[in-house]
Design a protein around this ligand. Structure first.
Ligand code: ZN
Length: 445
C-alpha cells in the first residue's frame, strides 16, 4: 500500500478539499480522507492540486508528426487530409511504434493516463496485411504500455474512399475489404489490465450502412465502446443527405450504432433532430477543439449538446497540441466567441469531461475519479508557476481550466505507479524520442 497527502485535491463537482490523504492498494484507491493539516507519517507529499488522471478520448497517434508541418499556409480540411495521407503512407510498424511511444510519452507528461486511440492504419503498403494482421494495433498497445498509460484501442472499420468510392492507394492500408474482414481481424485483439478493445466506424463516408450495422452488432455482443467521426465537415453531411437522404447521425442510428456505448466524435454540424437522437440514446460526444480550429471544422455546440443530455469528453485528435486544459477551455471560449455569452460550460463540467466522462466513454467507468474503488491515476499540478501563482482552493478549478498548461503538470501516477516525477517521465526521454521518431518518419522514403 502507498499513501499520498495532497495539499489540495479535486473530488468532483466544485469540491476542492484541503489536506487530502489518499491510500492506494494495488492499482486502486482504497481510501480518501480530507482535513489533515500535515502529511501522516510515511505519506508522500503532493504540493499543489491533485486531480484524477486525464483521459484523451480521441487520438490518431501518428498525426503528431504533422505538427508544425501543416499549420501554416492556405487550405482546408481536405488539403490537410492529403498531407495526413502522405504521412500515413510512410509508416511501418517499427516507425509507428517509436512515434506512438513518444507521443504517448508527451501525453503522460501532460497528465493523460488513458488514451482512446482511434486506429485505422492497419495494413502494409497497397493494403497487404502484415504477417500478424494486427501488428500496427499491437504497436499502439505496446506504445501505451511503454509510456505507462492505459489504452482503449478503438479499432476503426474503414472500407471506402468516400460514399460509393473505391479506396485510394493509401486508403487501402486502412481497409479490411468488408465488415466481415474487419470483424475477423479485430476478434484476434486481446485485452490486458492496461488495455481495453473498443471499436470505431471511421465515418459514414468510409463505412456503408450495412457494414456499420455489422460493426455495431459486433460491439453490442461484447458491450464495448463504439466511436465514429460524425459531421466534422459540412461536406460529409451533404454527401450523406444526397445518397442516404439523412444525416450521418441518423444513418448511424439506423444501423443500430447509436446507443449508450456510442461516442460521436466532433459532432460539429448537427441538425436539430440529431441532438435528440444522440440524447435519447444516452450517447456521448467527444470534442477536439484544438484540432477543429486547426482544420477549420467549425465550433461544436457544446452547450446545446449538454442541454440534450449528452455527456462531453475531450480529445487531442491530430495533436496540433497535446494539452487537455487547452481543449477544456476551448470548448467554452470558442462558444463565447460565437454566442456573445459567457459561462455556458462551467469549469467543473469541463474538467469532468477531461477526466471521469472521458474514461467512461472509453470503457473505463472506474477511472477519472478520486474515490475509493477508482483506478489510482493521479495528476498533480503545482500552483507556483507564473501562470497559476495566487490560486487558492476556491479558484483552483477555474484556474486549471482557464489558465493552466500541460507543462504545469509535475507528477503523474498511473495505476498506483509514478510515471512522471518533477515534470520528467520516469522511463522515457520524451523530447529526444519525439525528435528521433519524427525525424525518422520524414527521412523514410
Ligand atoms: Zn479523428
Amino acid at each position: 500500500m502507498s499513501v499520498y497527502w495532497c495539499e489540495l485535491a479535486w473530488l468532483g463537482d466544485d469540491r476542492v478539499a484541503e489536506g487530502v490523504t489518499i491510500e492506494i492498494g494495488d492499482e486502486r484507491i482504497t481510501a480518501v480522507e480530507s482535513g489533515a493539516a500535515s502529511p501522516p507519517p510515511g505519506a508522500n507529499r503532493l504540493d499543489g492540486i491533485t486531480i484524477p488522471g486525464l483521459a484523451n478520448a480521441h487520438s490518431h497517434a501518428f498525426q503528431r508528426a504533422l505538427r508544425g508541418r501543416t499549420q501554416s499556409g492556405r487550405g482546408d480540411f481536405w488539403t490537410w487530409r492529403d498531407a495526413m495521407y502522405g504521412l500515413a503512407a510512410r509508416l511501418d510498424p517499427d516507425l509507428y511504434l517509436a512515434l506512438a511511444r513518444a507521443t504517448f510519452g508527451e501525453m503522460a507528461l501532460a497528465g493523460i493516463t488513458c488514451i482512446g486511440e482511434f486506429h485505422y492504419l492497419h495494413h502494409g503498403p497497397s493494403g497487404v496485411p502484415y504477417a500478424d494482421p494486427n501488428e500496427m494495433g499491437e504497436a499502439m498497445i505496446q506504445a501505451a504500455r511503454d509510456a505507462g498509460i492505459r489504452i482503449s484501442l478503438l479499432d476503426a472499420c474503414f472500407l471506402h474512399g468516400g460514399i460509393g468510392e473505391e479506396p485510394s492507394a493509401v486508403q487501402r492500408r486502412f481497409s479490411d475489404g468488408n465488415a466481415d474482414g474487419w470483424i475477423d481481424r479485430v476478434s484476434e485483439l486481446a485485452e490486458d489490465p492496461g488495455t481495453r478493445i473498443g471499436a470505431a466506424i471511421h465515418s459514414v463516408r468510409t463505412v456503408d450502412p450495412e457494414s456499420a450495422a455489422a460493426v455495431a452488432a459486433w460491439t453490442a455482443e461484447r458491450g464495448i465502446p463504439l466511436h465514429a467521426h460524425v459531421s466534422e465537415q459540412p461536406a460529409e453531411n451533404s454527401a450523406s443527405l444526397e445518397v442516404y437522404g439523412s444525416t450521418p447521425t441518423a444513418v448511424l442510428a439506423g444501423a443500430g450504432a447509436v446507443t449508450e456505448r456510442f461516442v460521436a466524435v466532433h459532432a460539429t454540424h448537427l441538425d436539430d433532430a440529431d441532438f435528440g437522437i444522440l440524447g435519447d440514446a444516452g450517447a456521448a460526444c467527444c470534442l477536439c477543439p484544438t484540432t477543429e480550429r486547426d482544420l477549420a471544422d467549425g465550433i461544436a455546440p457544446a452547450d446545446r449538446l449538454r442541454s440534450a443530455g449528452i455527456e462531453l469528453a475531450l480529445g487531442t485528435d491530430s495533436h496540433a497540441t497535446i494539452d487537455l486544459f487547452e481543449e477544456a477551455r476551448a470548448v467554452e471560449l470558442d462558444e463565447r466567441l460565437e454566442s456573445g455569452e459567457r459561462g455556458r460550460n462551467p469549469a467543473s463540467i469541463l474538467l469532468d469531461a477531461a477526466t471521469r466522462a472521458g474514461h467512461a466513454c472509453l470503457g473505463w467507468p472506474d477511472g477519472g475519479r478520486i474515490a475509493p474503488g477508482a483506478i489510482a491515476d493521479l495528476v498533480t499540478v503545482e500552483l507556483d508557476s507564473p501562470r497559476l501563482a495566487g490560486t487558492d482552493a476556491a479558484s483552483a478549478i477555474p484556474s486549471l481550466v482557464f489558465a493552466a498548461s500541460g507543462a504545469d503538470v509535475r507528477g503523474v501516477i498511473a495505476g498506483g505507479q509514478p510515471i512522471v516525477r518533477e515534470g520528467e517521465h520516469v522511463a522515457l526521454d520524451v523530447a529526444a524520442e519525439l525528435d528521433a521518431a519524427i525525424g525518422a518518419v520524414w527521412e523514410s522514403a
